[in-house]
Structures are given as structure tokens and as C-alpha cells.
Design a protein around this ligand. Sequence first.
Ligand code: ASP
Length: 329
Amino acid sequence: MKRQGAMPRLAIASLGGTVSMQAGSGLSAVRPELGCNEQLAKVPQLREMASLEVATLGMLASASLGFAALLDVLAWARGEVERGAQAVILTQGTDTLEETAYFLDLLWPFDEPLVMTGAMRAASHPGSDGPANLLAAAQVALAHSSRGRGVLVVMNDLVHRAASVRKAASLALAAFESPGCGPLGHIVEGVVVYRLPPGRKEVLPLPHHIEHRVALLEACLDADTALLQGVAAQGYQGLVVAGFGAGHVSAAWSTVLGQLVPVLPVIVATRTGSGPTASASYDFAGGEIDLQAKGLHMAGRLCPRKCRILLWLLIGTGRQHLLNKWLPW
Ligand code: ASP
């Protein structure tokens, strides 16, 4: 139970990434070395804002995170909220932040915010953005207006929804965008301002199995079908295709995809990075009308990488038949 006037409890954990990286002496290349307490040492204000529960859960480049590790992170975060944390912050590498945030968002059952952040410049580099992002993440996490919004990504003083955020630049400081809809909010003088009220959000149960795999292949000019034909034989239980334009593939790919439909669920998304797939505009072999007639699912606004996460979690809970309901237009 919360004491009157007591500081809010904020749980913070780090997983690695540039925000935890620094250069060794005499070197300029960086690697993960800082645990969570060392990251927090650069933001002393945090200890005046909240009583902190701190954990270092990993020290990895985010390319090496995986679903099993994320389920462990989720268990830790859920435990912190159950023990009274008002919000949770995770710091990690930015390379996979758009995927990990969506993964956790689909499973986050609380009104308490789960806020994720990282850095584009390492801790030992001039102008490192990690401390500013951590402070902004805490301001967002502790704001009452952040409740009921699921998992939020805070980078560069912008707040993004897990379902729409995307790393859109490899090295730029302003690397994160929400294509098509823009950020959900921004931070001005330490206060978060949202453009929209919280929306109701459905959450998936925890997966009961995690050994299955979902493949992601990108359509490209003059691609042969050898990899597509191997998907089922390689033991994948689902497939996402990052299609051309509004969700299209070549006529040859369309034929093979049609053969895969009785074997595994297939989603076709757009590889363009912005905008929805079409549903009733193009009537050619490999166009969305043909693909839907063959039983493929069109991704709507969900990007290919997030489609793969959604499909993996749906298969893990035996809910793949509900796929269309979970694909947002
Ligand atoms: N460049 C990455 C980052 O921004 C490295 C990683 O994702 O771990 O953190």
C-alpha cells in the first residue's frame, strides 16, 4: 500500500545497447559495459523523482535479444508492478527497439506504463543522448496521463506507440519515427503532452509454447522462389512477406504462396515503411485481390517485422485463426 506523500516507486532495468556502451581507453569503438546503476549515475535527478528499483538484466547488443529473454524481462517487469511499482522503464539497444516494444506491448496487462528507451550516441561520446532519454522516459513513466497506454517508446523527447514506432535512420540522433501517424506525444519542459487520449487495448495471454519459428522474407525484383519453397520444409510455422507497394508479390511468388496457405499462415505486408496494404485496388497475379483469394492475410498498417512478432505470439497461444482481428487497418 502506498504511504501518503511517499515517493512513487519506479522500476528500471537495462538490457544493453548503445545506452550502456563506452569506449575502452585509447579506443573509439564502443561495447556494452555499463550496468543500470552506472547509467543512472548520469541522471541524479531520477532519485529525487522516485524511489528506484534497479536491475541489470542484460548487457547485449539488441540484435542478440530473443523472444525467450524478453519473456524473462516481462516476468521481471510484471513482478515489479505487482510489488507496487508505479511504472517500469527498460533501456536497451535501439536496433530492435521497435520489435521488442511491440512484443512486450502485446503482453502488457497493466495500466501502469512500461516505457522503453535507449541512445543513439554511446555513453562515452560527446553529446551522448542516453541520460536525456532516461530522464524523459522517467517523466513519461511517472505522468498520470501515461496510464493505460501500454508500452511506450521515448526517444529524443518524443513518445511513440509500440505498434507504430520505427527506427528510420541508422546513426542519426533523431532516428525514431511513427510513419503515417506521427508520435503519440512529446515532452516539453519535462512535461509529457499527448495528442490523443489512451485507447482501449487488447492483450494476449503468455504463449504456452515458444519453440515455433516464423520466417520473414522480402519481395524484391527478379527474386526466385527457392527460399519460399523451402519455408515449410525448414519447419517454419508461419511466414511474413514484406511485399512491394501496397502488399504485392510477383506472379511466381503468388503461386508458391498459394501452395503454402494450407500448411501455414502467411501475412503479406508492405516493405515501403509507411501506409497500409490495399484490400480491393489491384487485380493482377500477385496483387492483393489475388493474394486474399488464395487465403493470405494482408497486414494493414502493421510493418513486416511487427507482423512476425504478432504471428509468433498468436501461434504460441493457439490463436492464429484470430489473425485478421489483430491486424490493424
Ligand atoms: N546501435 C545499437 C543501439 O543504438 C546497438 C544495439 O541495438 O544494441 O543501441
